[in-house]
Write a protein that binds this ligand. Structure first.
Ligand SMILES: Nc1ncnc2c1ncn2[C@@H]1O[C@H](COP(=O)(O)OP(=O)(O)OP(=O)(O)O)[C@@H](O)[C@H]1O
Ligand SMILES: [Mg+2]
Length: 356
């Protein structure tokens, strides 16, 4: 890496050197040409004067005019170099402006005020790149207020499923439905505002703990924030910090542990009064006991709200209403914890590998 960096660095130095070299050349070259023309005018004019072709007055006014003429040329030369650097910058700006924005909502898209929370996926087929299908034929039904757990090996398509639910991508065929509306018939904004989510990679910003928790609800009061933090089992930890809720987090939350970060993002989601909740490996860095406590609190908070929970640790999802076992983009098994154990399929194998 150091070697590659050195190479790039030397290229950059050369480029800067060249740019400055040619940039500083313009002024002197234009001056040189101006002075050259002045010399030519003077010499040629002097000869004509000696031959009595023009008067001294003619000559001196000609010299004066040629001087005046060079002024604007100098200015144009200076502007030219500025114009060049502006063009280089404009290229970058236009590249950004040409970037394809998210497709527009349909003209007659419905704005869903408050969803019931019934989610359906019907014969969904999807791949991020053409020709490489990840989800083949997925059917799913989640009743309002149910807890749906999604388990499966790494790379099975669990996060992809969530991306489709939130309409970060559209399926290639089949449909994803919320309250029996196809997501494509709803405005993106209204779909996404129904969800609170805690994702695999936590995201905190530079600011106080209070600001970080209240991010999704700017008018939240301290009491609301404290209640959310208590539910996420992080309140006691926060109180142990020297400044409590005013403790400053630096970017990427480097001054707190991974598990604490996850609990802060969970508190943030709990504060949101969203109709549906998505937890993608949200508690993977929290110890198992705390994880179970958080999930209990979550159940209370999320009564009659639809929850999707992705977890590798199967101990935490045993009380789910439905467990979907995903493998290679297909739901291979579906049922409750006990039902799936009796079936002795993939879920039973995964479960046994963790507990025996
Ligand atoms: N943005 C993307 N572009 C192209 N392919 C992707 C993209 N995101 C994921 N994939 C591919 O899709 C497949 C499913 O990925 P996904 O993230 O859904 O897995 P997962 O089940 O969430 O795994 P994990 O348990 O590790 O989080 C993987 O094979 C991955 O390589
Ligand atoms: Mg994932």
């Amino acid at each position: 890496m150091l070697h590659r960096f050195d190479e790039r660095n030397i290229d950059a130095v050369d480029a800067y050197y060249n740019a400055d070299y040619y940039g500083s050349m313009t002024g002197p070259s234009v001056n040189f040409i101006n002075n050259l023309s002045l010399t030519l005018v003077s010499v040629f004019g002097a000869i004509l004067f000696l031959l009595n072709s023009i008067t001294l007055g003619n000559l001196s006014s000609f010299v004066l005019y040629s001087r005046k003429f060079s002024g604007p040329i100098n200015e144009v030369a200076n502007i030219m170099s500025e114009l060049q650097s502006a063009l280089a910058a404009a290229e970058r700006v236009f590249r950004l402006m040409d970037e394809e924005p998210e497709l527009k909502d349909k003209e007659d898209a419905v704005h869903l005020e408050e969803a019931e929370g019934v989610v359906d996926m019907e014969h969904v087929q999807f791949g991020y790149v053409e020709g490489k299908t990840i989800i083949h034929d997925l059917n799913l039904h989640a009743d309002k207020g149910s807890l749906v757990a999604i388990v499966g090996p790494t790379g099975a398509g669990k996060t992809t499923l969530i991306n489709l639910l939130m309409r970060f991508y559209d399926p290639q065929s089949g449909s994803v439905k919320l309250d029996h509306h196809d997501l494509r018939d709803l405005t993106r904004k209204s779909v996404r505002s129904q969800y609170a989510m805690v994702l695999q990679d936590t995201w905190l910003f530079e600011g106080t703990i209070f600001e970080n928790i209240a991010y999704g609800k700017p008018d939240a009061t301290l009491n609301e924030v404290i209640a959310a933090a208590k539910a996420a089992r992080i309140h006691n930890t926060i109180m142990r910090f020297p400044n409590g809720y005013d403790t400053h987090l630096n970017e990427n939350g480097l001054n707190i542990s991974q598990g604490q970060k996850q609990m802060l993002t969970i508190a943030r989601a709990m504060l949101l009064d969203a109709k549906m909740l998505i937890l993608d490996e949200a508690t993977s860095n929290v110890d198992t006991q705390t994880e179970i406590e958080i999930q209990k609190a979550m159940r209370n908070l999320m009564k009659d709200k639809t929850c999707f929970v992705i977890a590798h640790r199967l101990s935490t999802i045993q009380n789910a209403d439905t467990i979907l076992v995903v493998q290679k983009g297909e739901i291979v098994e579906q049922g409750t914890h006990n039902g799936l154990l009796n079936k002795n399929g993939l879920y039973a194998t995964l479960y046994k590998s963790q507990f025996q």
